[in-house]
Design a protein around this ligand. Sequence first.
Ligand code: SF4
Length: 169
Amino acid sequence: MNITGTHFNYYQVCKRKLWLFANGLNMEHTSDLVYDGKLIQETTYPQRSERYEELEMGGIKIDFFDARNKVIHEIKRSNKIERAHEWQVKYYIYVLEQTGIEGVSGILEYPTLRHTARVTLSDNDSAKIQKMEREIEQIVESETCPPVINARICKSCSYYEFCYVKEEE
Ligand code: SF4
């Protein structure tokens, strides 16, 4: 199977979300998160698109890639720093390295927090990503959908109603 950045991201967030998405239940259009992310990038950093390139390859899409310095800029509107964000950028670096682009690093930017964090990929991280990829395949190909996780993030998940509507009735 072709693992995309979305699969990898959903794996970090919720195994059930990964399974639902990969098995064709796509409700992402009901969420405004994608739109908001784009909006914050365009309004906070209007000059970005002139300096950086959009890069799409191997199932990932990087909005701002500084090709000259080989730096991925990933902007999050979130007011919370999350481990999944870091792994998302690590995964981008991993995919670029797989295609032969060496020496890539990343910068995570949180404009609302006025915080930035540098992201690099170690050999140990690459090994972990390979293990995650195998787990992603196992989850996606499984006949059973993983259970709900009852987490705080469920409230902002596009599958929220699908997952919890019965419990609320
Ligand atoms: S609502 Fe919660 S349990 Fe359901 S897919 Fe989203 S994150 Fe997972």
